[in-house]
Design a protein around this ligand. Structure first.
Ligand SMILES: [Zn+2]
Length: 144
């Protein structure tokens, strides 16, 4: 199956270790996501492309219990929609990023839990192309 990214210049892909693409201000070091051309803190134009850390901690979250309005464009209908988690993730000490969570059960989410960036299927287009987007998955502690 062929695959395509939900949007260009949002994450590095294809990649075994995908990273979100943000921007860093050469003047004041502010980091933003997504990429933008001018600094929201000091107004400097000419932000530098900056790859964000893959891992972060869950700062807050909610669950999306109903089909979002257009342009959500997942191809789901009210009948097929599955609730999902949405989190605000602190990536290193750089920036907070909003993203889908692979876990939608609030009982399995906790403040400051470790999460990492993953690429997940979002929808299948009419021509069979799988469209992928980014999400954050809880990091499973290895070994136990
Ligand atoms: Zn700046």
């Amino acid at each position: 199956m062929s695959q395509t990214a939900f949007a260009p210049e949002v994450f590095t892909w294809p990649s075994d270790e995908p990273r979100l693409i943000g921007a860093r201000c050469p003047q004041c070091s502010a980091v933003v996501f997504p990429l933008q051309t001018s600094c929201p803190r000091c107004g400097t134009v000419g932000m530098e492309r900056h790859l964000l850390p893959r891992r972060g901690t869950l700062w807050t979250w909610t669950t999306q219990e109903f089909l979002p309005k257009e342009p959500y464009a997942s191809g789901e209908t009210i009948e097929t929609f599955k609730p999902y988690g949405v989190g605000l993730v602190q990536l290193g000490d750089e920036v907070r990023v909003e993203g889908r969570l692979t876990e939608s059960d609030p009982a399995k989410l906790a403040f400051d839990m470790a999460v990492e960036l993953v690429i997940v299927p979002f929808r299948i287009d009419e021509d069979g192309t799988e469209v992928v987007t980014y999400a954050f998955a809880p990091v499973i502690a290895g070994g136990d």
